[in-house]
Ligand binder design. Sequence first.
Ligand code: PGA
Length: 255
Amino acid sequence: MKKMLIAGNWKMNTNVVQSKKLCEDLLVGLTQMNSLKSKVLVCPPFTNIQIVSDTLKNSVILYGAQNCYYEPQGAFTGEISIPMLSHLGCTYIIIGHSERRAYFSETDEAINKKVIAILNSGITPIMCIGETLEERQSNSTFSVLERQLTIGLNNITPDKISDIVIAYEPVWAIGTGIAATTEQVHEAHTWIRNYLTEKFGQFGQSVILLYGGSLNSENADTLLKLDDVNGGLIGGASLKPDVFLSIIKTAESII
Ligand code: PGA
């Protein structure tokens, strides 16, 4: 059976009330689908994790965070630690999103520290990688992916690699309404799978690879059907319950 993870990245959207409503709408929609085979995840802003946790209690929807700091506690004003997120019941943490890399100067080295700290806590990191338009146009897509993977996964042993989710998100496709083409996603995911298998042997085969970047109800079927695509990291469309539910339905029909 194909593994599928449908993850919503709510980014800096929704307040407490809106987050609760979004969860309620998703729960209502999901009761119409029986025995879910895909994993469904939502990642709200930090301030809304508690209400999301309360609202999703005993449901099939998992929840996580969009970032964290790698130190467990201390004088790091404004940061949120992994033990804090673990205490709230988060089971996934998104790391190295391109918006964090671009606007908050997050480096591959810092992402690697976060990946290791998250793994040590028993939470699943979702490590985002992807090239900018300039990088694609200058034919450096694969050297960028190689750098991001090599540094981001530094000191990860083969037995740990399948505890990490990798999200391929070409920066030029994020929030633009223009997803990568089937060929581009196929090419990138095959390349990532080969990289992981060469580096980590058979363990690399079982890593969940997500595609992200303007994934929606129209393109989900084609993209999620690709061999090395095990789900999606969804921004804009995850804020619309109907659209997110329809992507989940598509994933269910593919498994
Ligand atoms: P998008 O965002 O679906 O709005 O393109 C995806 C992401 O940034 O994870």
